[in-house]
Structures are given as structure tokens and as C-alpha cells.
Ligand binder design. Sequence first.
Ligand code: SAM
Length: 133
Amino acid sequence: MGRGHIATGRRRGQTVTDGRAAVQASQTLHTPVLLQETMAWLQPRPGGLYIDGTVGMGGHAEAILERSSPDGRLLAIDRDPQALDLAQQRLAAFGDRVVFERARFDAMAEAAARHGFAAFRACCWTWGSRRCS
Ligand SMILES: C[S@@+](CC[C@H](N)C(=O)[O-])C[C@H]1O[C@@H](n2cnc3c(N)ncnc32)[C@H](O)[C@@H]1O
């Protein structure tokens, strides 16, 4: 059973091109908000199962995977295939510790069951906001 969720977020608009340049651009332009606070709440630890319901550019996911090393696992969900592709590139080094699913986060329970994450320890999602001026 998950212990709760954190809703944090801000999304900066950008044009995604392709490949490594896109990943580098995303990492430069997109800084996950409240990263330290989110990690303090989630307390990732080895062996834990985690879900990021809006993996986006993968910043929170990367921090969860680093802190739950060597065997914590993450289910990375996003509805946007382009975001999911960038996250896959960013998180490739974590190998099979991370599973990707294109879905809306309201399908999280079904995706968690299908991928063996039903007993997840914590999850987060970030739907973000945007400054218009
Ligand atoms: C602010 S970004 C997430 C940032 C991410 N936590 C990080 O560390 O980079 C928001 C993401 O939420 C995704 N998103 C928005 N609504 C969604 C929904 N209903 N289900 C799944 N993903 C959604 C968007 O596609 C976008 O990639």
C-alpha cells in the first residue's frame, strides 16, 4: 500500500528536437521543483517500489532511483509519448530497475498491478503550472 502522494510542479515550455540534444536540453531547461522536499517525504530506500505518475523529463524519477540504489524499482508513467521517450533516455542507466508505461495517472492502479508494483511504497505526480507573463 502506498504511503501517500506529493503534488508538486512547474513545467517550462520547450521545443523538443531529438536524441541526445533533446535530453541535454531537457536536463538544462527543466529542473524538478521541490526535489529535496519531495525526496525527504518519499524517503526512497533500497528494495522499495515507487511510482512516478507524471515522469515527464525524469528528474524526480532519477533522484528516486539514485536514492533507492541498488535495487529499488520505479514505475514511470506519463501520458505524453515524447516525454516518456526523453525519460527513457535519461534513465537508461538504471536498466530494468525502471519500467515505463504510457498512460494517464488515473490508470495508475491498473498499471501498478500489471507491472508488479501493487505493493508500492510511495508515489508522486506533478501536473505543473505555467507562468503566462
Ligand atoms: C511537470 S512535468 C513532470 C516533471 C517530472 N516530475 C520531472 O521530474 O521531470 C508534468 C508531466 O505530466 C504529464 N501529465 C500531465 N497530465 C497527465 C496525466 N493525466 N497522466 C499522466 N501524465 C500526465 C505531462 O505529459 C508531463 O510530462
